[in-house]
Design a binder for this molecule. Sequence first.
Ligand code: NAD
Ligand code: G6P
Ligand code: MN
Length: 452
Amino acid sequence: MTKPPFILAIAGGGSTYTPGIVKSLMVRLADFPLAEIRLYDIDGERQDIIAPVVEKVIRDHSQSIKLTVTTDPEVAFSHAHFVFAQMRVGQYNMREQDEKIPLRHGVVGQETCGPGGLAYGLRTILPMVELIDLVERHADNAWIVNYSNPAAIVAEGVRRLRPQARVLNICDMPVAAMRNIAAVLGVDREAVTVNYFGLNHFGWFTQVLVDGVDRLPQLREHIARFGLLTEDAAATDPQHSDPSWVKTWRNIKPLMDHFPEYLPNPYMQYYLMPNQIVEHQNPGYTRANEVMDGREKKLFAAAAEYKKTGILPDAFHVGVHGSFIVDVTRSLAFDLRQRHLVIVENRGAIANLPYDAMVEVPAYITANGPEAVTVGKIPLFYKGLIEQQLACEQLLVEATLEGSYEKALQAFTLNRTVPTMQHAKAILDDMIAANQDYWPQLAQAYKEGIAQ
Ligand code: NAD
Ligand code: G6P
Ligand code: MN
């Protein structure tokens, strides 16, 4: 087993989440000792803005941990023990396009769901594989713990292209939901154990256990009144608590009013009530704009202030996002076999879904990776929804690998947020135009199709 203190690289070092993740690492140093943190990004300028903030966060806790900031993969990954990946391929400018293009056609504009998520997937699969290859070349058997979205599609792409890679794909949405669940129930998050099945950003909590008792009945009553928020909607964590997230948590109510059996992942609203979502979206100012004007601006302003005055204003989130990736990585590092919701190959865990589907279920995290719990058979309604979404994501991956316009169009058409094949085609064609630099093969296939 790898021995501490560890060398940890963060790919996507220029991410708005980097300072929060590093803070989470610092408060857990006794449990997860570090010798060095390396920030790696392909945008050195952006990373250099964030790096002094990260340095300050480290120095507040440790004088000995080395910080390396680099755009050179060899420097970043040589002998690294763990790599956190949080790349946003195309950055916020492309996220803005992902959200605004579908909205121009009256379809949900969302970072990871619907056509926006599919476009983001088409951009991200190959850079993710490139990252895996770089890590394998320079590090010795390092684990990559991946947050890079769209995680469902990234996971499927990695399964197809690099099935042996030591990559664990994770998402903070279930754990953020568990944070809210715990707040509603008035218990510690650590006291909550859940059962859950689905794909990433497409799943359901089937049981919420506290001391062995299922508290879902109590949650149902609460959600029928307030959604998945505490009664006074008090912020339980600064992440996921600005006005648009509050709206997202409130929408758990209509979802459960219709289907009270299980508690849905908040992302189900984009698939099950897309018209209502579109009605409340502003096609000229989407979540990407909110994030650029909010989280990013605040962090960059704080970095500038710190450079000028030596005082770092409070500027970044510390919460479940950072603590979850540290928890999962500790369990990998020390073979703790802790139970977490992660994305794994099904291999029979959900008995009536394909063996090779990448699913999100509880798993015990061992030094050799996740061991999924047995979920058993799931009811037909959920199975039907999941199979359609899975086919959509798998076709999207095939479209990327084959440069196939036809498969991309099939994927867009299969997505529940897209009402007709004409919508799918119009959005895909606009997406191809906006993504020329990222999808040369697909743009070529499209041109050849027109020429015929
Ligand atoms: P961001 O744009 O602030 O940061 C992403 C960084 O990745 C940028 O600095 C960018 O230059 C860099 N990057 C892009 N391509 C790269 C490549 N090929 N190699 C190395 N670096 C590259 O974005 P953010 O809002 O901080 O989010 C970061 C990522 O984390 C996104 O993918 C986001 O979707 C994801 N995320 C996932 C979860 C989850 O639940 N899985 C939760 C939060 C954020
Ligand atoms: C949740 C999801 C992530 C997603 C993020 C977007 O945390 O699990 O997958 O990237 O929300 O949040 P944002 O604040 O950038 O809109
Ligand atoms: Mn997620």
